[in-house]
Ligand binder design. Structure first.
Ligand SMILES: Nc1ncnc2c1ncn2[C@@H]1O[C@H](COP(=O)(O)OP(=O)(O)OP(=O)(O)O)[C@@H](O)[C@H]1O
Ligand SMILES: [Mg+2]
Length: 251
């Protein structure tokens, strides 16, 4: 009886181990974006701030996922971690089957250049460069130069409805137009993952929809995975899924 029991227990242990490794394998190879137990703590002089708590998240390739939540809940922090712009104090992040939280700075920089288009909350445009030069600069970083860079930059500005503003400096563009330059810049080099922090906040209804249709087209026709932080209820119907963040906890 005991021997049989021991054998059973042994078998169960082996099976659990197998099931676990199989699960982990799936976990790291299926989703285009995976966060596993991600945490972020910031220690300032007096206090210890827990900005993100045990975030588990899996986003499938070709999906458009929206992240909502009150101001200060940790959305930008999580997005920056998922994009490899910020290192979490706990947990692991996997993009396209590779763990970015294990990469060296150089590996990560290369991975980001090749695979991620990021649209910043405050646009991050170069003030001394025109709209088209801002897009060209992003192409240059990705190894596309000269006439082909100019041609691609022109096409991207056309895609976001800004062809006639190509030669203007950021200071002469409206908030919504700057945002669209930032979007065109994020699309350079056809990244597989696009992450955007409030990409439609400064846009009127029409331009907001134009941008969302563009992102949706990239997801559905080219298999891009799109993650968007937003407060904008007008774009919710274009998402495949909506996640909510509150006090650093993903719900
Ligand atoms: N480097 C930092 N030092 C101290 N506190 C920080 C730091 N970065 C973020 N925080 C705090 O962490 C919390 C989450 O910030 P985060 O920018 O992620 O919020 P958010 O959800 O994007 O807000 P919003 O909707 O206003 O953009 C905030 O309370 C913020 O003040
Ligand atoms: Mg934010």
């Amino acid at each position: 009886m005991t021997k049989e029991f021991e054998e059973m227990a042994d078998y169960k242990k082996k099976f659990d181990k197998f099931a676990q490794s199989k699960y982990q394998m799936n976990f790291t190879t299926r989703g285009a974006i995976i966060a596993k137990n991600v945490g972020m703590v910031i220690n300032s002089k007096q206090q210890r701030l827990q900005i993100l708590k045990k975030v588990y998240w899996e986003i499938q390739k070709g999906d458009i996922e929206i992240l909502m939540g009150p101001s200060g809940s940790g959305k930008t922090t999580l997005l920056s971690i998922l994009a490899g712009l910020l290192t979490p104090t706990a947990g692991n992040v996997y993009l396209l089957g590779q763990e970015i939280t294990r990469m060296s700075r150089t590996q990560l920089a290369k991975f980001r250049r090749q695979n991620i288009g990021f649209i910043f909350q405050d646009f991050n445009l170069f003030p001394a460069l025109t709209a088209i030069e801002n897009v060209e600069a992003a192409l240059n970083v990705k190894g596309i130069r000269g006439r082909s860079a100019r041609k691609e930059a022109q096409a991207l500005l056309e895609q976001v409805g800004l062809a006639d503003k190509a030669k203007l400096l950021p200071r002469d563009l409206s908030g919504g137009q700057k945002q669209r330059v930032a979007i065109a810049r994020a699309l350079t080099g056809s990244p597989q993952i696009i992450m955007a922090d409030e990409p439609t906040a400064a846009l009127d209804s029409h331009s907001g929809h134009l941008v969302m249709e563009l992102l949706r087209g990239l997801a559905k026709e080219q298999g891009c995975t799109v993650l968007i932080v937003t407060h904008d209820p007008r774009i919710l119907d274009l998402a495949d899924r909506v996640a909510h963040m509150e006090d650093g906890v993903l719900k």
